[in-house]
Design a protein around this ligand. Structure first.
Ligand code: HEC
Ligand code: HEC
Ligand code: HEC
Length: 188
């Protein structure tokens, strides 16, 4: 029995302190002491490793984002990912068409330009031009998007609900806490 137990301890300890065990092999007393110490050491190493993993996971807690500009910013100066004009050009090209490079008010809409939603609305407000309205485009495109889902995206990624029940669009980037809630009004 004792022998089996000792073999087990040895088996567990071998991968980590094989070299140490070989060195202590001759003496019975030392042999007993070494695996015990080795086991403790192994357990400590394991706990340390777990702590490191937990710490790494904790380092980046989920932070919601609200407002077009919270997500559609220039991340890659080469490609224009993921500005609003970048999305416009890519999705228009997917239909074999070309998106205008300049808005009605002269604002440049090159892929790398960080353009405000208001500029897009000059043509994509309902009835503004014979094109799809922004709501027709963005509602399904986000609702069915895997990436938007990964971001835990939902109505409140783009909207606040006004006191009269209107879904107002957040075009900029709303300052929010880790729950997505904006700061309370400051006392005057
Ligand atoms: C939480 C992040 C997030 C926010 C906020 C957000 N978007 Fe997006 N948007 C995405 C992602 C992710 C995609 C890519 C969808 C895909 O291809 O799977 C996308 C795609 C798009 C597209 C391409 C549509 C298409 O047909 O594929 C447009 C246009 C767009 N967004 C506009 C907007 C506008 C306008 C707003 C604000 C009213 C907004 N987005 C807010 C993440 C966001
Ligand atoms: C000057 C008018 C104008 C402005 C401003 C404009 N667009 Fe467009 N947009 C168009 C036209 C026109 C098309 C359709 C392309 C065509 O028919 O040749 C289009 C198509 C799109 C499409 C493709 C939708 C689809 O699935 O077919 C997206 C996405 C889009 N625009 C997003 C945007 C965004 C985002 C902005 C602001 C950065 C913007 N547009 C600003 C005129 C405009
Ligand atoms: C990607 C951003 C985005 C997401 C996500 C989104 N919306 Fe919208 N929504 C818009 C935009 C842009 C408009 C058009 C605003 C305009 O035309 O001025 C709009 C318009 C609307 C309107 C019309 C508001 C009005 O006064 O005309 C309603 C209602 C609405 N959204 C509800 C929702 C609901 C419900 C969800 C979730 C299921 C949702 N939206 C998710 C961007 C978004």
């Amino acid at each position: 029995m004792k022998h089996i137990a000792r073999s087990l301890i040895l088996l567990l300890a071998v991968p980590l302190v094989g070299a140490l065990l070989v060195a202590c092999g001759g003496n019975d007393e030392e042999e007993n002491a070494a695996p015990a110490a080795a086991n403790e050491e192994a357990a400590a190493t394991e706990a340390e490793a777990e702590a490191v993993v937990a710490e790494e996971e904790e380092e980046e807690p989920f932070q919601p984002r609200r407002g077009c500009a919270a997500c559609h910013t220039l991340r890659e100066p080469d490609t224009g990912k993921y500005t609003l004009p970048y999305e416009a050009h890519v999705r228009t090209e997917a239909r074999g068409l070309r998106h205008p490079d300049v808005a009605l008010d002269g604002t440049s809409m090159a892929r790398t330009d960080e353009v405000a939603l208001e500029t897009c609305m000059g043509c994509h407000a309902p009835g503004a031009a014979p094109v799809l309205s922004m709501r027709q485009i963005v509602h399904p495109a986000h609702a069915f998007s895997e990436h938007f889902g990964d971001d835990r995206g939902n109505c409140f990624s783009c909207h606040t609900v006004s006191p009269d029940g209107t879904f107002e669009v957040i075009s900029g980037s709303l300052e929010i806490n880790e729950k997505g809630v904006p700061a309370p009004p400051t006392a005057e």
